[in-house]
Design a protein around this ligand. Structure first.
Ligand code: ATP
Ligand code: MG
Length: 346
C-alpha cells in the first residue's frame, strides 16, 4: 500500500487514464479539512515511527470505515509504538490492554462488582469502554478471552447479566500479534479473523530506516515519552465523523465493483487455497477502496484503489491448503497472482 499523495502507485498497478465515473461536485469544506487533518496524521506518527507507511495508512483506512485492524509483525518492529503514537495523534480516548495467558473475559469487558456499602452489584467498566483500544499481543490470551473481545468488536456493546451497555463512539480495536509460529500463542480462529477489516503486516525495516531509527535513539528519542518527541493531537472525532460521511459518498463504477467481485472469486478458485474470500470479504474491500479513494483526494474509486487495499483487506480472509503452506505459499503470494491475472477494467 502506498500513501495518498505521498508516494507512487503500487508496483504493477496501471493508472487509469479517465475516471470511470464522472467526478461529483467538490465535497463540503469540512470534509476537505478532515482529509487534510488525516493526511497530517501520517506526518505526526512519523515523528516517532520511522517508515512503516503502509501500516499507518492501513490503520487510518480502518478508522474511516468504522473497522478494526490487526497488526502483525515479529517482535520489535514498533507495532505497539505505532498504535500508541496514532492514539496520541488523535484526540480520542484510548486504553491499552496487554493480553496475557491469565487474562479473563471480565478483564476485557468489565464485570459486576459487589459494593458492600450499598449491598448492591454495580458494573465496573472494562478497558473496552474507550474510543481506541490497543489490544496488545491478542494471540497470547486463550480463546475464551479472545472471544469476549471479538464479540464486543462485532456488537459494539457489552452485555452483562442481560443488560446491554453500549460502547463509546467511535470505537475501534487495534490489535497486535506476533506471527503465529511463536511459542505460547493461541492463533485467532479464521472465522474471527474476519472481524478485522484490515490486517497490516509490519516488515523488518530496510537498512536506511534502521539507521534512522538508531539515529533517533542516539538523539535522545524516548518511546515512553511521545509528547517529548513532539507528537500531539492533529485530528479528532469530528474529523473522523466528517471523513466517514464523505467516504460514504465516494462513487464506484459498476465495472470497479465487478472487479472487486472478480478478485474475490479468483481467490476461491486458486489452487493453493482451501477457503477463499467470502462475499463479506468483498464488501470489506469495497469499503476500504472507497476510503482510500477519498484519502487520495478523489470522489470516485478506481481499480488502482482496489489494488492498493486488496492485500491488507483480504490476506487474513484466505485459508491456504496445508500442502501449499508447507511449500511456502502465503496469502500475499496468492493475492499477488490474482491481482496479476484478473482483468482490470479500463
Ligand atoms: N520503525 C521504527 N521507528 C522507530 N522506532 C522503532 C521502529 N522499529 C523499532 N523501533 C524501536 O524499537 C522499540 C520496540 O518497538 P515495539 O515495542 O513497539 O515493538 P513491537 O513490535 O510491539 O514488539 P513486540 O512484538 O515485542 O511487542 C520501539 O520502542 C522503538 O524504540
Ligand atoms: Mg508490542
Amino acid at each position: 500500500m502506498t500513501s495518498p499523495n505521498l508516494g507512487a502507485p503500487p508496483p504493477g498497478s496501471e493508472t487509469l487514464r479517465k475516471p470511470l465515473a464522472a467526478p461529483q461536485a467538490p465535497p463540503p469544506a469540512d470534509a476537505e479539512a478532515a482529509r487534510r487533518a488525516l493526511v497530517t496524521l501520517r506526518d505526526e506518527v512519523a515523528k516517532a515511527v520511522v517508515g512503516q507507511d503502509a501500516a499507518v495508512s492501513g490503520l487510518v483506512v480502518a478508522l474511516l470505515c468504522r473497522g478494526h485492524a490487526l497488526l502483525e509483525g515479529v517482535p520489535g518492529v514498533a507495532k505497539t509504538l505505532l498504535v500508541r503514537t496514532l492514539a496520541a495523534a488523535l484526540s480520542l480516548d484510548t486504553k491499552r490492554l496487554q493480553f496475557t495467558p491469565d487474562l479473563m473475559p471480565g478483564d476485557v469487558t468489565g464485570s459486576l462488582v459487589y459494593d458492600s456499602r450499598t449491598s448492591e452489584f454495580t458494573f465496573r467498566e472494562g478497558p473496552v469502554f474507550t474510543n481506541l483500544l490497543l489490544a496488545d499481543e491478542i494471540n497470547r490470551t486463550p480463546p475464551k478471552t479472545q472471544a469476549a473481545l471479538l464479540e464486543v468488536m462485532e456488537e459494539r456493546q457489552v452485555t452483562v447479566e442481560g443488560v446491554p451497555r453500549p460502547l463509546p463512539a467511535p470505537f475501534a480495536v487495534l490489535a497486535t500479534q506476533n506471527p503465529i509460529e511463536h511459542e505460547g500463542t493461541y492463533p485467532l480462529p479464521e472465522a474471527q479473523l474476519d472481524r478485522f477489516l484490515i490486517k497490516v503486516t509490519l516488515p523488518l525495516p530496510p537498512r536506511d530506516d534502521e539507521v534512522r531509527i538508531l539515529a533517533h535513539h542516539a538523539g535522545g528519542f524516548d518511546p515512553g515519552n511521545l509528547a517529548a518527541a513532539g507528537v500531539s493531537p492533529v485530528a479528532g472525532p469530528a474529523d473522523l465523523a466528517a471523513a466517514r460521511a464523505a467516504v460514504s459518498r465516494v462513487q464506484i463504477h459498476p465495472e470497479v465493483l465487478a472487479y472487486i467481485v472478480d478478485l474475490a472469486r479468483a481467490t476461491r478458485a486458486a489452487p493453493s487455497v482451501q477457503l477463499g474470500v467470502s462475499p463479506r470479504g468483498a464488501t470489506a474491500l469495497l469499503a476500504t477502496t472507497r476510503a482510500w479513494a477519498w484519502l487520495s483526494g478523489r470522489t470516485y474509486a478506481t481499480p488502482d484503489d482496489v489494488k492498493a487495499l486488496a492485500r491488507a483487506t483480504l490476506r487474513h480472509r484466505i485459508s491456504l491448503r496445508p500442502e501449499a503452506e508447507q511449500d511456502g505459499v502465503t496469502a500475499d503470494t496468492v493475492l499477488d497472482q490474482v491481482l496479476a491475472v484478473v482483468p482490470v477494467p479500463r
